[in-house]
Design a protein around this ligand. Structure first.
Ligand SMILES: [Zn+2]
Length: 74
């Protein structure tokens, strides 16, 4: 799930965005960006920091394992 700021689309938990839409409270993106998301979805490039963190979480990422067991195949 992404939400846009002035120039980037950031990764944010979907629940947080829905919560924000109701309460008007700001959301926190993976990269630490805090803002109140707007309503209109615009086409922006994905925030590089968010993308890196998101992929590092193992959600479809293809990162090298570091100090962990397993053969990494999936
Ligand atoms: Zn971001």
């Amino acid at each position: 799930m992404t939400a846009t700021t002035e120039s980037y689309a950031h990764y944010v938990q979907k629940e947080k965005i829905m919560e924000s839409a109701l309460s008007g409270s700001p959301v926190v993106a993976l990269c630490g960006k805090v803002w109140v998301p707007g309503r209109d979805p615009k086409k922006y490039p994905v925030c590089p920091m968010c993308k890196e963190i998101f992929e590092g979480m193992g959600a479809g990422g293809d990162k090298d394992k570091d100090g962990k067991g397993g053969d990494g195949k999936k």
